[in-house]
Design a protein around this ligand. Sequence first.
Ligand SMILES: [Fe+2]
Length: 218
Amino acid sequence: MTRVLDIHSHILFGVDDGAESIDKSVKMLDAAKHAGIRCIYATPHWKSKHGDRERIRRNFRALLPYAEQAGIALHLGYEYNLAALDILQFEAAKDFTLENTESLLLEFPFESWPAEWERILLRLQRIGLQIVIAHPERYLPVQRDLGVLKELLELGCLLQCNASSVLSHRPEKKRVMRYIRQLGRLDFLASDAHSASDYAVFEKAVAQVAGEIRYPSY
Ligand SMILES: [Fe+2]
């Protein structure tokens, strides 16, 4: 059986702007199951060195039995923001990969990127991380210059697009999505879900691009 994968979801309750309660998390699990998803990485925002990791782990453990009941393999990960990176301690990022993988789901600033972004990526790769760019189609530097996207690919990054972007009518987003699809680099399609209704969006988007997703399952 194909186990449809979602590597970016704010399904974990009480840790960021996603699910506010365990009930909401359970509703999201049900909606994800309905959308055909059988494996989710819960990826709370991690935007600074000072996040409450213990709370994340505790809430994750609390949600696990519900996921099991829904028949969904739930794993812990993070949406790791570039701002959380300590340039004196690159190794620390290794602790925020998608559980049991070398993949770091990396979020960039939406409007302007640090001048040395390529060098940062190279350094993260040098310590053994596989960089997965969270929703590249949402960043202004990519929307302004598709060459930036090309560069990310040349550096060996994988791309995770948001399901909502497949359906978006915003021209700047559509242009990036068209380009990614032309290149055949829809590596991951993820929900970036903050509530149950986002999984209905996921289902619609998957119906449009299913054959193009490079890593639909595990
Ligand atoms: Fe997100």
